[in-house]
Structures are given as C-alpha cells and as structure tokens.
Design a protein. Structure first.
Lengths: 225, 164
C-alpha cells in the first residue's frame, strides 16, 4: 500500500511551494499564519504592560495626566492616526494584489504603505523635537519646570510613559518599514503570486498590529477628557 | 494518478490550490471609510464633556475600530477559526493581567494606611509640601545638595506658590 502510494506520488505534481511536511497548500498557509498570530500575541502582551502602566498612572494622578497631556499636539496625533489607517488600507490592498498575482499593483501599494510610514515618522520627529525644546524629557531627564512649564504633580512620570509607549511603537514602525522594503525587493524579483504570497500576508498582519496599537495609543495619550 | 489527500475525513480535490478567501476591493474601501469616520468620532467625542464616561466611550470606539481592522484587514473573519481563538485568548490574558494588577494596587491604599508605609510622604503632603517635580525629596541633606547643584535647581523658585 505504501509502495503504491510512493510510486504514484512520483507522478503527482506537487506545487513547488508546498513543503513536504504539509499535505495541502491551505494547511501550509494556515500554519504560517498561525505562527505569525502567535508572534502578534506576544507583541500585544508586551504593549499591554505599558498600557497598564499608563492606566495606573491615570488612576492615581488623574489631574496631572489631564494637565500634562495638554502639551501634546492633538493635531499631529490626529494626522498620524489618519496616516497609519491609510497605510493599513494600502497594505491590505498590497496583500490582495499578491493574492491575485498582480505584482505591479503589489509594488505600488507597498510603496504607498512605506510613504505613509515615513510620513508618520517625520510627524513623530517634529512632535518629539517640540517636546525636547520645552525640556519635556522622559522620567529623570525631565526639566520643563526649568523652562517655565509648571505642571502640578509629577509630570515626569506621564512623559516617561508617553515617550516609552510612542517610542517603542516608533521602533515597531521602523522595523515594519525594513520588512516591507525586503518584501518589495522580493516582489521585484517576481517571487509572489497567487500560489505564493504568505510572506506578504504575514508582513500585512504585522503592519496591521502596528496600526492597532496606535488606534489605542491615540485616544489614551492625546485625548484625555 | 494522484495520491489521495485527506483533510478531516474528506478527500481534498486540489491540495495544491490555496483555498483562501480574496476580499473584493469594495470591502476594503468600506472598512477604510468606516475607520476614518470612527477616528473623526473619537476626536469629536473628546471635545464633548462626558466626564468619567469619556474614557469608556473612547475605548468602545477604539475596540470597534480594532475589530474592523482584525476582521477585514487581517482577514480573521475568513480565516481558520483557530487564529481567532489565539487572538481572543491573548485578549483574555491581557484582561487577567489588568484585572488582577489593578485590583491589587487599588487595595494598597488601606494597607499603606494600616502599616504606615509612606508615613513621611503622607506627613509632608499633609503639611502642604506634596511631591513636586524639580524638588528633590531625598532625606539626606548632602545627597540633596549635590543633586540640586547637578540639576541647577534654584530653591527660591521652587518654594514659590504655583500660579493657577
């Protein structure tokens, strides 16, 4: 029986993209995505530690958080939110282009996503430098009170949380940009098609997580009221 | 002659074809428009004075946006149900993490009072000198002096009352 199966297997065309330890393409794609989802689970838990720190700070020092957050630029935060949501949209369309073997569209949407990500980092750069000019550094480096900003309570805690949360998120954006550049290079080599687009899909999953984290960061840090 | 491939007891017809769902562009457009509308809503809600409910409303809107991104952009709606289970399980663990930690930390107040854990700070705050940034609260005067010199803190300015 096994000899029969082996003999007939040699005449069966396996897709070159299905690894031998998988029976079907669907099983392989599902397993790859499961691996990515497990990684995203660890990312969610990592950010949840910082979110908890924020919630505890807000619980114990509500007036300080309310006063300190007024120094954050809500317009820039709003622009960044729209930019990231747009980048999520273009990334979803990039994955879809790979699913239908449309490589030029895939490359176009990857570039659009990269442009949105770069815009996000540029806006973030202006936000951070504006804070630093006023002496609003995180934690023990905070010195805005020496620049004339008298915020009641312990604002260095709020700014510590702000810079770490948005900073870690910014690092994730940069890493995502690097991964997207690599996927773009691979797409230029015509590696992706409807038979092989898992790498693009996993990049998309990562990028959507980056957007998800910002969706929660924005109202909590910028719109406290 | 193809070797038969079975999945869940049934023969798979085309084992090399990817059975994954390809969403139409229209669905992505609709989700994108919905996300933009909800972002505007988040922004608008922050300008209404809802008091304590504003955090809850903002979080509910954020959760709706997150659900849209997860279900449609991340394809959870059309994927293997196990991936949904992994995601929901993560949220469950985050909820356990938040719940137990916040419960613990909110019960610290009573324990602190009973055991006089922060007695010195409590007395200082009662005497009208709560913790402020820039005021160095170290009890050792030499350490206090050194750190004030290092950070160029001017003691005269800090003892001035804050403007409202």
């Amino acid at each position: 029986m096994s000899h029969q199966a082996h003999a007939s297997a040699s005449s069966h065309e396996h897709s070159p993209y299905v690894a031998h330890h998988f029976d079907t393409m669907g099983q392989q794609a599902s397993a790859a995505k499961l691996g990515m989802w497990l990684f995203l689970a660890t990312e969610i838990l990592m950010f949840s530690g910082l979110f908890l720190a924020y919630f505890i700070c807000r619980m114990f020092y509500p007036e300080m958080v309310l006063e300190a957050h007024e120094y954050l630029n809500k317009t820039m935060g709003g622009i960044n939110t729209v930019v990231l949501i747009t980048s999520s949209y273009t990334m979803a369309l990039a994955v879809r282009s790979a699913q239908v073997s449309n490589t030029p569209a895939l490359k176009k949407y990857l570039l659009a996503t990269l442009a949105c990500a770069a815009t996000f980092m540029v806006v973030k750069y202006f936000e951070y430098t504006a804070k630093f000019e006023h002496g609003m550094y995180p934690g023990m480096y905070y010195e805005a009170h020496l620049h004339g900003y008298d915020i009641q309570g312990l604002p260095h805690i709020f700014f510590g949380i702000y810079f770490i949360m948005t900073g870690l998120h910014g690092v994730h954006v940069l890493v995502g940009m690097g991964v997207m550049i690599w996927i773009y290079v691979r797409a230029s080599r015509n590696e992706f098609s409807s038979k092989n687009y898992t790498a693009v899909e996993n990049t998309g999953l990562y990028w959507h997580l980056v957007d998800l984290v910002w969706i929660f960061l924005f109202p909590l840090l910028y719109l406290v009221k | 002659m193809m070797s038969a491939v079975y999945l869940k007891g049934k023969t798979v017809i085309n084992p090399d074809e990817n059975p994954e769902h390809v969403s139409p562009v229209k669905s992505y457009n609709a989700v994108f428009a919905g996300l933009l509308v909800l972002t505007g809503l988040t922004y608008a809600v922050s300008y209404m004075s809802l008091g304590a409910a504003s955090l809850l409303v903002a979080m509910i809107v954020a959760v709706i946006k997150a659900s849209l991104v997860c279900a449609y952009f991340m394809h959870l709606k059309y994927d293997n149900r196990y991936h949904v289970f992994v995601f929901v399980g993560t949220i469950l663990f985050v909820a356990i993490f938040f719940g137990f930690t916040i419960y613990d930390i909110t019960s610290r107040g009573k324990i602190n009072d009973e055991q006089e854990t922060f007695a010195r700070l409590r007395d200082q705050a009662a005497a009208g000198e709560p913790l402020k940034v820039g005021v160095h609260n170290h009890p050792n005067p030499q350490v206090l002096q050194e750190s004030m010199e290092k950070h160029h803190a001017k003691p005269e300015q800090e003892s001035m009352p804050k403007s409202p």
